[in-house]
Ligand binder design. Structure first.
Ligand SMILES: *C/C=C(C)/C=C/C=C(C)/C=C/C1=C(C)CCCC1(C)C
Length: 264
């Protein structure tokens, strides 16, 4: 009874999400009537918007399949893709209408979604053991330094190189925490195998998947290429990175949650 009630609630939630997204999508679509087939960047914005919408519905519905302590992690994965999908509609419009890089939308999106992704490390560990708030705060500080410096560099407020270096330092601080800091110790010492392997995959994404962004920044701002070519490179690279780091990251958590919930 309770379970079927819960599953109806989840389905209604997923439907509501789609209803909320649809008008945004329709508005974006009218603005994009002139999306050209040879506009690689515009098409990549479009395809990824749809993948993000689908992933959102999937993560929300799947919360019903896993044990209670995993539901928050899956919900957060769905929020990440929901927030990103909405930003992608707007980013695509900016790109199609002007050919400009939608830097402000991109960074508002990152400022919301990257902290949510960092919270996931904290959540999957606290689903299985006691964890200190310090882990959460250190990951947040690293994130803010990385993103604020990156934004100032892309907006041209400070030099592209100094901003790059400070932002890289923020990223390395995050990597330190999850490979050698308290978070990594808690995972190695107290987490069951499925959670440990999810933790390891997630931190590998933070190194390899996230490395795509500084590469995009480098190609976009630091090679001295023609502005139009650099803008294409920058946006295609950032868009591909988001597929790995938002949808892929969520799928890893989903797999750990399902395997932990199905056993016993
Ligand atoms: C969903 C969005 C995600 C996971 C975005 C992550 C963004 C980064 C890891 C950005 C990193 C950057 C550097 C490490 C240096 C150059 C500037 C940035 C902001 C592109």
């Amino acid at each position: 009874m309770i379970t079927s009630l819960k599953s109806s609630v989840a389905k209604i939630g997923a439907l509501l999400t789609l209803c909320l997204l649809t008008p945004t999508y329709a508005m974006a679509a009218t603005g994009s009537a002139n999306l050209k087939a040879d506009d690689l960047v515009g098409v990549s914005f479009w395809v990824i918007s749809m993948a993000l919408v689908a992933a959102t519905a999937f993560f929300f519905v799947e919360t019903q399949r896993v044990k209670a302590k995993w539901k928050t992690s899956l919900t957060v994965s769905g929020l990440v893709t929901l927030v990103a999908a909405t930003h992608y509609f707007y980013m695509r419009d900016v790109w199609v209408a002007t050919g400009d890089t939608p830097t402000v939308f991109r960074y508002i999106d990152w400022l919301i979604t990257v902290p949510l992704l960092m919270v996931e490390f904290y959540l999957i560990l606290s689903a299985v053991t006691k964890v200190s708030g310090g882990i959460f705060w250190r990951l947040m500080i690293g994130t803010l330094v990385m993103l604020i410096a990156g934004y100032l560099g892309e907006a041209g407020t400070v030099g592209a190189w100094p901003a790059f270096i400070v932002s890289m330092a923020g990223w390395f601080y995050i990597i330190y925490e999850i490979y050698a800091g308290e978070a990594s110790k808690v995972s190695a010492e107290s987490a069951p195998p499925a959670v440990q392997s999810a933790f390891k995959l997630m931190r590998a994404i933070v190194v390899f998947g996230w490395a795509i962004y500084p590469i995009g920044y480098f190609l976009g701002y630091l090679t001295g290429g023609k502005p139009a070519d650099s803008a294409v490179m920058l946006n295609v690279v950032y868009n591909l990175a988001d597929v790995v780091n938002k949808i892929g990251f969520g799928v890893i958590i989903w797999a750990a949650a399902v395997s932990e919930s199905d056993k016993n």
